[in-house]
Design a protein around this ligand. Structure first.
Ligand SMILES: *Cc1c(COP(=O)(O)O)cnc(C)c1O
Length: 418
């Protein structure tokens, strides 16, 4: 521990010893001591089916004996081809061009570069700005930080960042849709000529506190964006692969984004892998006899075969057990609704969408409140892993969580706040 620097952690306040996880299965982590913990947040929102899902384990085992890694600019391979084939069946006809990278942040970087360069190469060189929303989060690399809403997390790095337009929106699911788009409309009207793209986490702003968009406001914003000639980028890094109750959030809207970012759940959460998917208009704008019109991006591990195999395992399971999985999604949402409604009048706000539920209990200190760490500690003592976002306790479980386990998670949340 003396040598480890943990993510998003004030090391001076970090415990000297962390619990050692030795195994994980479905929704459970097993500690070295033998103690079992319910992973109520899918290990930072990545695990979809469950830990060590047999479909994915098998796919990885088989693949790693045959091909470990190869340079994707000169070669391709079966796992990448299968992955693209499987995913292309699940996506609309105008969302079929796929660019590989490694994680959510890089999928966003690629989306930003695609949007900017595509506008330029289509002859709209004045379209150079991005628009984002207050409380949004798109990752930790410089571009992704730039288009994230201003927060404690990107403040120290301001000199590194460019400045997008930031639209204000309402805070709670119960608010008037108009409050969510008024400021956006104003900014769009004033800046549409210079706007390259609008970036949105559809339906749920995750890291900003599990804020849920009213559907009407979200549809309205998407429609206006595309009418104004700006690209609509959907960052579905968290919402993708079932979290909002459908495979992708955009399927619940009457809209197809121009660019779609996928990562976390793409491999079922097993290995890092990301895709930035775009439509024909974006893709075609890069085709040219001139080399300088290429998309200049690529990471060492682009399209890693083992990670692709993991994603194939995930997609095959999703297809094979589609009905059972969708039934489980619905049942989890129903349970959230039942437990959430019960405490509605006793907390500041409780909201749910798909598999995600959030309970908000404001303290005056917000993000700097020591409460979040205290909640995590207390929940762990009761056998549940939670990691609140400031004042927001939330549940984002793997799909294989049992109803008994999910009830226990809600029980623990109630114990923490009452
Ligand atoms: C987690 C997340 C990211 C960043 O993904 P990493 O894999 O952590 O880089 C980007 N966008 C959204 C919406 C996320 O939830």
């Amino acid at each position: 521990m003396k040598h480890i620097w943990l993510p998003f952690t004030q090391m001076k306040m970090a415990p000297a010893h962390l619990p050692l996880v030795s195994q994980a299965k479905k929704a459970r982590l097993t500690l070295e001591t033998g103690e079992e913990i319910i992973d109520a947040i899918s290990s930072w929102w990545v695990i979809t089916h469950g830990h060590c899902d047999p479909w994915i384990v098998k796919a990885i085992q088989k693949q790693s004996e045959n091909l470990d890694q190869v340079l994707f600019a000169n070669f391709t391979h079966a796992p990448a081809q299968t992955l693209i084939q499987e995913l292309s069946d699940l996506l609309p006809s105008n969302l079929q061009r796929m660019f590989f990278s490694d994680d959510g942040s890089t999928s966003v970087e690629v989306a930003l570069k695609m949007a900017l360069q595509s506008q330029e190469q289509r002859g709209f060189s004045e379209k150079k700005r991005f628009l984002t929303f207050r409380h949004s989060y798109h990752g930790d690399t410089a571009g992704a930080m730039s288009v994230s809403g201003p927060s404690l997390f990107n403040k120290p790095y301001k000199p590194l960042l460019f400045s997008p337009l930031v639209a204000e929106q309402g805070h709670f699911s119960t608010e008037e849709p108009k409050n969510f788009y008024q400021d956006f409309e104003r900014k769009l009207e004033r800046h549409h000529k210079t706007l390259a793209a609008v970036i949105i986490e559809p339906f749920i702003q995750g890291a900003g506190g599990m804020i849920i968009w009213p559907e009407k406001a979200l549809s309205h914003i998407c429609r206006l964006t595309q009418e104004a000639g700006a690209y609509l980028i959907f960052d579905e890094v968290m919402t993708g692969f079932g979290r909002t109750g459908s495979l992708f959030a955009f399927q619940q809207l009457d809209v197809v984004p121009d660019i779609l970012c996928l990562a976390k759940g793409l491999t079922g959460g097993f290995l890092p892998l990301a895709l930035t998917v775009c439509g024909e208009e974006v893709y075609q704008s890069f085709l040219s006899d001139k080399k300088e019109k290429s998309l200049f991006h690529g990471h060492s591990f682009t399209g890693n075969p083992v990670a692709c195999a993991a994603a194939c395992g995930n997609l095959k399971k999703l297809k094979k057990h589609k009905q059972a999985i969708e039934k489980k999604w619905k049942a989890i949402e129903d349970l959230h609704k039942e437990r959430g409604s019960r405490i509605q009048n006793h907390v500041q706000d409780v909201r749910w969408k798909g598999l995600v539920a959030a309970v908000e209990q404001k303290s005056s200190k917000g993000w700097s409140a020591p409460q979040a760490e205290l909640w995590t500690k207390k929940a762990l003592e009761k056998g549940v892993f939670l990691r609140p976002l400031g004042d927001v306790l939330y549940i984002l479980p793997p799909y294989s969580i049992t109803f008994k386990e999910l009830h226990k998670v809600w029980d623990v949340i109630e114990e923490l706040i009452f």
